[in-house]
Write a protein that binds this ligand. Structure first.
Ligand SMILES: [Cu+2]
Length: 407
């Protein structure tokens, strides 16, 4: 496609009735406005605060999180209402000691208190919490209709038996996309003794990167328009809730825990020394995925392959900034389909790392991270086939529709 400036694109869209230049997912309503424009790579990178337990006993840590609305300054000078865990988005990070009980692993109980109240249409905001990646018992899994009523709480019990980067988010029937988009998402990190003993970057060098895209109205409010459950692509890229942040880094290794908490957007991530194009030889080393540490690290060196991160997926990566001279600017770019209404590539670049300080580390990424036992598949195993699709506006599995009785 031709490269068009924002203004030209708008003009052409008006001429073409909004249908010529844009894929069908970008229907007319989304074209009505772009988010307020802000300069990129100026806002300070933020790390969601780590939540302390309200109490602990020998086997269990107990946490409390309140779901509430808040008004935040996300775009400079504007106020945005969000629905957040403890009034922030992303919510606080839970960093939980897990794994074997014999080596210090603990269970956790998280009390989620619903103080969200009503949505813009005057309906009670229904919510339930799913801890995505935890093998929770059914009663703590956050089924889509297992609501926490307004002004009630629910205690969720988590075994923490596998070390991994996982996340908690709203899971309400039909409204998950909206509720997560409004802010109900947070990271939950399970660590065990085995992983803590490995020479991987820790503490301030172990950083979450929660990726989201959103669309804002001129007054700063969030626009949620999923085009009747088809898709939603924003034109503002946020990392840990901050649009296009810049992170000053030292010349050493960092571990980043990447979570795609976007509604529809897939990422094909690469590092680049250029803001709007690829440089060669920039390396990300993948050490973990949804299930925790990989058996061995995998090096991804630009331009290909890229790190593909689908919605809700997590990847843990190492970036060694000692590969870059002091003063370098390194961009985290998404070279995949941007899907958004922005035609000037702004959504292709998510954040910038500024290499500002000499440093050293003695972390040597081990060639074996965690030996993974292959699964033995018994010879008499039964195979079943599930076909997921949507037709005539209905979601179906094997051509059957789940019948849901609405109140
Ligand atoms: Cu999930």
């Amino acid at each position: 496609m031709m490269e068009l400036s924002r203004r030209e694109a708008l003009k052409w869209a008006l001429v073409g009735g909004g249908s010529l230049l844009f894929p069908w997912t970008m229907a007319k309503p989304a074209l009505a406005q772009f988010s307020p424009q802000i300069p990129r790579f100026e806002l300070t990178f933020k790390i969601p605060p780590v939540l302390n337990p309200v109490r602990s006993d020998r086997d269990t840590d107990y946490y409390e999180i309140t779901l509430e609305k808040a008004k935040l300054e996300i775009l400079p000078g504007l106020t945005t209402e969000i629905w957040g865990y403890n009034g922030i988005t992303p919510g606080p990070t839970i960093r939980q000691r897990g794994g074997n009980r014999s080596s210090g692993g603990k269970e956790s109980v998280v009390r989620f208190i619903n103080k969200l109240g009503m949505d813009g249409q005057g309906r009670e905001i229904q919510t339930t919490t799913h801890l995505h990646g935890m093998a929770s018992l059914p009663q703590y899994d956050g089924y889509a209709e297992d609501y926490i009523p307004d002004n009630f709480f629910k205690d969720y019990f988590y075994p923490n038996d596998r070390a991994a980067t996982i996340w908690y988010h709203d899971h309400a029937l039909d409204l998950t996309a909206r509720n997560v988009y409004m802010g109900l998402a947070g990271m939950y990190i399970v660590e065990d003794q085995y992983e803590l003993d490995l020479p991987l970057p820790k503490g301030e060098y172990d950083i979450p990167l929660i990726l989201q895209d959103k669309q804002f109205a001129v007054d700063g409010s969030l626009i949620f328009d999923d085009l009747n459950q088809r898709s939603l692509y924003g034109d503002v890229m946020l990392v840990n809730g901050v649009p296009w942040p810049r992170l000053p880094v030292e010349r050493r290794k960092y571990r980043f825990r990447i979570l795609n908490a976007s509604a529809s957007r897939n990422y094909h991530l690469v590092l680049s020394r250029y803001e709007e194009s690829q440089s060669l030889g920039d390396e990300m080393i993948v050490i973990g995925s949804d299930g925790g540490l990989l058996s061995s690290p995998v090096s991804l060196t630009s331009p290909f392959p890229t790190l593909r991160v689908a919605m809700a997926e997590r990847y843990d990566i190492i970036i060694d900034f000692s590969e870059y001279p002091l003063g370098s600017e390194v961009y985290l770019r998404n070279i995949g389909f941007t899907g958004s209404i922005d035609t000037d590539m702004r959504s292709h670049t998510l954040m910038r790392f500024d290499v500002v300080k000499n440093a050293s580390d003695d972390e040597d990424i081990p060639s074996i991270l965690r030996p993974v036992k292959p699964i033995d598949i018994p010879p008499d195993v039964t195979y079943r086939k599930f076909r997921f699709e949507r037709n005539n506006g209905q979601w179906k599995i094997n051509n059957k529709r789940l019948f849901v009785k609405r109140k």
